[in-house]
Design a protein around this ligand. Structure first.
Ligand code: UGA
Length: 453
């Protein structure tokens, strides 16, 4: 049963990145009144015009709808106002990596202090929920003291505090927000957790996912453990891929498909390739390693996950050299720049180390991506050339590296490469092409594929 409209709590969200904006639009799209707050004026201005500041399928439509219905409003700064006018505040600010892998908590600390100051002025019960990915202990040891110090009130008595990690994937972030596999409610005290659980039950009414009630630090660890497991699964299959390459006739794709049928293993996240990128896995694995080491335990398995992932993209460069000898003056076409399809995000994209190494070895690069070109231009400036289409990218290239499995690249045929390239050599870094078809028509190297027998 969903709550009557007038009983629905008002919601504020601090930080309008992927997590914050999807959370804000998710609640607003279901009729809640939401204030989305960010210090970045340009971002809020775009949001208030119905334009998400990043590429995310389906989000723009839901954002425009929510604005039109008056359910959502973007606010610059003014945490005191948004906390004052709402009942629950989700904190979704960034937690960037420091050089040693640990995370920088300055935005969390400042959000917590600002919320605390707002709570001082408030006489109704308010719940703050940390959604940002933070290492175990952060909500208890950093957020709670800041809230109590600034508000001069007591957590668990005068106001509530929860930690509820998100599990959304870029590219399907909005869908993941409204259809979750599970919801984790870590709470300082029972009342805070009950309030948040009640909100989630109303939000998901009709299809409430399993709700796990736990402590703040267990909730924090669930997020890291989940991402570390998925990252380890990827590094595991990449290790098997590297073994396959040494075995004539072996193919990691077939190995993974067969393994995945074992329900204990499962078929997802067993796609071998150039490794994992993005703003989450690399950062979260490093943060969990740093946190664990700070606690006196060296997590060797996670160190290995990281090491495999660091080396994996450079295999594309090795393959290029095997095919072309020296790379000096060779023209390499790169198809795909985003860290995965359906996003323009290039944070920790696997092509970054690949392109840097190719440039070091004297190659010239032309790259194409359906949506991430503007991001690549910020990173590589005039060090590489940018093509307007796949075919233009392939023009007169000595070798092509397929780095992101966008659907439009999956439709390419050997003819497309043969027709446009100087010499048709294709390195399939994401295993999207059929070796039986491509291997017969052109020089084709695929990650995790042993030589034909
Ligand atoms: C990841 C998790 O999947 C989400 O559950 C989590 O909420 C999110 O991080 C987060 O912490 O916020 P995301 O980074 O959007 O989501 O991307 P994924 O789809 O998980 O892919 C991450 C990387 O792994 C990509 O570079 C992808 O190409 C690579 N990958 C994925 C593989 O190489 N093989 C696979 O089988 C799957």
């Amino acid at each position: 049963m969903s709550l009557a409209l007038e009983k629905r709590p008002k919601i504020s969200v601090i930080g309008t990145g992927y997590v914050g904006l999807c959370t804000a639009v998710g609640f607003a799209s279901k009729g809640y009144s939401v204030l989305a707050c960010d210090v970045d004026e340009a971002k809020i201005e775009k949001i208030n015009r119905g334009l998400p500041p990043f590429h995310e399928p389906g989000l723009q439509e839901k954002l425009s709808e929510s604005l039109a219905k008056g359910n959502l409003s973007g606010v610059v700064g003014q945490i005191d106002r948004v906390v004052g006018e709402t009942d629950l505040t989700f904190v979704a600010v960034g937690t960037p990596s420091r050089p040693d892998g640990s995370i920088d908590l300055q935005y969390i600390e400042s959000a917590a202090s600002n919320i605390g100051r707002a709570l001082k002025q408030k006489d109704t019960y308010h719940v703050t929920i940390i959604k940002s990915t933070v290492v175990p202990g952060t909500t208890q040891d950093i957020v709670k003291p800041a809230l109590e110090r600034e508000s001069k009130k007591r957590c668990g008595v005068d106001f509530g505090l929860c930690m509820s990690p998100e599990f959304l994937r870029q590219g399907s972030a909005f869908q993941d927000t409204v259809n979750a596999d599970r919801v984790v409610v870590g709470s300082f005290d029972k009342q805070s957790g009950d309030k948040l659980e009640e909100l989630y039950r109303d939000f998901y009414s009709g299809h409430v996912p399993p709700i796990i009630r736990t402590t703040l630090s267990t909730a924090e660890l669930i997020k890291y453990a989940s991402n570390a497991m998925l990252a380890t699964k990827i590094s595991f299959i990449n290790t098997i891929a590297n073994i396959c390459e040494k075995i004539p006739g072996a193919d990691v794709k077939v190995v993974a498909a067969a393994m995945g049928l074992d329900r204990r293993i499962g078929s997802l996240f067993l796609d071998a390739g150039l490794g994992y990128g993005g703003s989450c896995f690399p950062k979260d694995v490093k943060a969990l390693i740093a946190c664990s080491k700070a606690l006196g335990y060296t997590p060797e398995l996670l160190d290995a996950t990281e090491n495999v992932n660091r080396k994996q993209p450079l295999k594309a460069v090795e393959f290029c050299k095997q095919q072309l000898g020296t790379l000096e003056g060779k023209k390499i076409a790169i198809l795909g720049l985003a860290f995965k399809p359906d996003t323009d995000d290039m944070r920790e994209a696997r092509v970054i180390p690949i392109i840097n190494q190719l440039l070091k070895e004297g190659a010239t690069i032309t790259a194409y991506d359906p949506v991430a070109m503007h991001m690549a231009q910020i990173i590589f400036k005039n060090k590489i050339q940018y093509a307007a289409s796949t075919m233009q990218c392939l023009q007169k290239a000595d070798c092509c590296i397929l780095a992101t499995e966008w659907p439009e690249f999956q439709k390419l045929t050997p003819q497309d490469f043969i027709k446009n390239m100087k010499q048709p050599i294709l390195i399939d870094g994401r295993r999207i092409y059929d070796p039986q078809v491509f291997g017969k028509k052109m020089k084709f190297v695929a990650l995790g594929l042993g030589q034909p027998i």
